[in-house]
Each structure stands twice: as structure tokens, then as C-alpha cells.
Write a new protein. Structure first.
Length: 397
């Protein structure tokens, strides 16, 4: 042991004591609670309520390509007066006895007509059409106001957005949020990370992995150089993050001598949303706000960084984009037993076939080989689960 390290051990009580005390505490923050805290700490959609500015549809409309006619005249032949397209002004025609107007889907109904007979149910000869089945009033007509009346509440204030709801905003002429992606920076921490590693060193696999994950989750990502295990250098990097909204770090949040991120964040005055959760892998997970910047301090172990990145980044992106909280969980039956001797829920790697979970012999949270083979991670409660039991799982993306 070098002189400096020895000196440090004498001045500071060894952190190994804390490590033993903190093992698998049942009072660690449950995953769902940590996700909720993250959600509530970020600004939600500030959209005003949305009300219908006019009846929807604003006039009776054809819902099929066909002819508009008077249903009471049954199957008798009609003389065609012309054609109305979606967007045509229906004032051009009035349907009287013995007449009909060709209409395309979405066209406004001409006055006098009360039904549409679709093309498939028509015999057409020149300008004469004859229905092959007797129509009924209202057939294939979307009546005015069928979906909403002018003034109806369509979305309450602050409603989460979805692509579907964007269509409603657009229909009503309300401002549509810009489709800008959330900017995410990714930075690994650790003195052991080098490009050309000696046996005691490693390459940075978390950085590229987390950048790819953030990209897959829809963020605009920049991968930064990895940061040394040095408090002043970490502090400087945290204070000059540029225009990103989220910083994804990995490493430096656990109980080792070089795990400086929590104390550096505290010294900078960051609000720690949580640190340490009840999950394996992923106990050291940290989330903090430094001004508007969200820092997701992922554990350094690659599987841990991956799983927590997947769960927490998806949640943060949804919130910042004004969407509803994502539910990444599916359910499936285990094709084999999985032990869990700890007192934290375990996420265990599995292959997936026809919705069934085939557990892989995972070798822990540093096992990138198994991470690369897994389709999903299955939730195993303390005590373990037997073959055939249904449990929830999250897909690898
Ligand atoms: P830490 O939480 O920083 O103590 O890291 C825990 C473990 O993850 C250590 O074995 C690290 O070497 C490893 N690790 C940390 N960062 C990375 C990274 N960027 N890529 C691969 N492994 C890492
Ligand atoms: Mg480290």
C-alpha cells in the first residue's frame, strides 16, 4: 500500500465498516417509490385544458366512398348529379327525389341526402345508379357533433400527451409541442477506464452502452469523455455540462473510497432525490437535480448501469416530453426456478420464447456476456421463484 493511501486510511475511518452495515437494508427505497420521486421532481406538461372549438365533425360527413341519397326511396334507380370530394363545398348540390350525388370519404353531406350507399353495393350504368340493398337513414354518415359538441372538454389541463392526443391538439388548432428530443449527456467515471487497457484496467463499456440506450429511448445523445475519480475534476465537469437536460453518469456512487459523486453533488448544492434503492442489481442508484440539470448517477457495474438506465431514463424522458409514465413491465411464466437469497428484489437475465422466460445462468452485475444474450430481465422476489410461476419482466432494448 502506498504512503498516501495509508495516510488516508488513518485520517478517515475505513468505509468498509459502512459497507457491512448497509448490506441489503429492508428500508432501502423501493424501485416504484424511486421512480415516483423522479417523476414528481421533474416539471410535468403545463398544457391548458383543450375544448372543442366547433362540433366534431362540424357537419354531417360521408364515412365511405359511394353515393349520397334519400334512404326512403329504397332500391330505386337514381340520377347522379355530380361528385363531392373531401373538402368540397356541399352547397353545389341538393339531393331531391330520384337523384343522388357521388361522394368520397370525408365529403360533407349534400342537403336532402340522409344516407350513403357504398360503391360495393351499387350498380352503375352511365349516370344512373341503383342500390343492390335497401339503405337506411344514417347509413355510413358521421353525424355532426357525433364525437364532440362545440365547447366540450377534450383534454383537462396538464393531461399527459401522446401521439394520439397531438392529433386532437392539431385538429383544434391548439399549439402542438415541438418534436425536439431531450438532450442527454453520457459520462462514465473511473480511473480504471482507458482505451488500451493493461490487465488491471478496462475499457469504458458503459459510456457507449448508455449512449446507445438513450438513443434507443428517443433522446439526443452526446457521449463525453470519461471522468477521473477526482472530486475537483468531477465538480468541474458537473458545472460545465452545456445545454443538456439530463446527465447520465456511471460509477462512483457506491461505498468505495473513489465513489465521490454523492459528496461532490452535495457540495455543489444539488438536491439529492434519492440515493440507494431496493433492487439487485442497482442498489447504489442515485438521482439528483443541480439547477435544472437532472443527474442520473447509475452504478458502475455494467448490468446495473444498463437496467437502471433503462428504467430511470425512460421515466425521466417521458416526464420531460409531457407523456404519461411508461410501464415497461410485461408478464410471463418462468421455464425454470430462480433463486434469490438476498432481501432485495432481483432482476434476473432470461431468454424469451413465446412469452415464456428461460432463466440464464447469470454471473452477476459485471456479466456483460449474459447481458448481451438476454432478451429480458425477470423480477424475482426475495426467496426466489419456482418453475411455472408468472412474474413481471422488462425487455432488453
Ligand atoms: P464503481 O461503482 O465505480 O465502483 O464501479 C463498479 C464496477 O463497475 C467496477 O468494477 C468498475 O470497474 C466497473 N465500471 C465502472 N465504470 C465502468 C464503465 N464505464 N465500463 C465498464 N465497467 C465499469
Ligand atoms: Mg468507479
Amino acid at each position: 500500500m502506498g504512503a498516501i493511501a495509508f495516510d488516508k486510511m488513518i485520517k478517515e475511518p475505513p468505509k468498509i465498516n459502512d459497507m457491512a452495515m448497509s448490506c441489503d437494508h429492508p428500508d432501502l427505497l423501493p424501485l416504484e417509490e424511486a421512480l415516483r420521486r423522479l417523476w414528481e421532481a421533474l416539471p410535468g406538461p403545463g398544457s391548458p385544458e383543450l375544448r372543442a372549438g366547433r362540433d366534431d365533425p362540424a357537419t354531417d360527413r360521408a364515412s365511405m366512398d359511394g353515393v349520397a341519397l334519400r334512404a326512403s326511396e329504397g332500391r330505386s334507380p337514381r340520377q347522379l348529379l355530380g361528385t363531392l370530394y373531401a373538402g368540397s363545398d356541399p352547397a353545389a348540390f341538393t339531393v331531391g327525389p330520384g337523384t343522388a350525388v357521388r361522394v368520397m370519404t370525408g365529403a360533407a353531406m349534400p342537403a336532402g341526402a340522409d344516407a350513403i350507399v357504398p360503391v360495393e353495393q351499387l350498380e352503375i350504368s352511365g349516370t344512373i345508379v341503383r342500390p343492390t340493398a335497401a339503405p337506411e337513414a344514417g347509413d355510413h354518415v358521421r353525424p355532426r357533433g357525433e364525437q364532440a359538441r362545440c365547447g366540450d372538454l377534450l383534454l383537462p389541463a396538464g393531461a399527459p400527451l401522446s401521439a394520439a392526443r397531438v392529433a386532437l391538439l392539431a385538429q383544434e388548432g391548439a399549439p402542438v409541442p415541438p418534436l425536439a428530443r431531450i438532450r442527454v449527456g453520457v459520462a462514465s467515471t473511473g480511473d480504471e477506464l482507458v482505451a488500451d487497457p493493461a490487465p488491471h484496467q478496462i475499457r469504458d463499456s458503459n459510456g457507449p452502452m448508455l449512449a446507445a440506450l438513450a438513443h434507443a429511448l428517443g433522446a439526443e445523445v452526446t457521449l463525453r469523455s470519461s471522468l477521473p475519480d477526482d472530486p475537483p475534476a468531477l465538480a468541474a465537469a458537473l458545472q460545465s455540462t452545456g445545454d443538456i437536460r439530463i446527465l447520465l453518469t456511471s460509477g462512483g456512487v457506491s461505498m468505495g473510497d473513489h465513489d465521490h459523486l454523492p459528496s461532490v453533488l452535495r457540495e455543489l448544492g444539488a438536491t439529492i432525490l434519492f440515493h440507494k434503492i431496493r433492487l439487485k442489481p442497482g442498489k447504489p442508484m442515485l438521482a439528483a437535480l443541480l439547477g435544472d440539470l437532472l443527474i442520473l448517477g447509475l452504478p458502475g457495474n455494467p448490468v446495473s448501469a444498463y437496467i437502471n438506465g433503462l428504467l430511470f431514463l425512460a421515466q425521466a424522458l417521458a416526464r420531460l416530453e409531457g407523456r404519461a409514465a411508461p410501464d415497461p413491465w410485461r408478464r410471463g411464466r418462468l421455464l425454470g426456478p430462480v433463486k434469490n437469497k438476498g432481501d432485495r428484489p432481483l432482476l434476473h437475465p432470461c431468454r424469451l420464447g413465446e412469452g415464456r422466460l428461460d432463466p440464464l445462468p447469470g454471473k452477476g452485475s459485471a456479466d456483460l456476456v449474459t447481458l448481451g444474450q438476454a432478451d429480458a430481465y425477470a423480477w424475482i422476489e426475495p426467496g426466489g421463484l419456482e418453475t411455472g410461476v408468472k412474474t413481471r419482466y422488462v425487455m432488453v432494448v
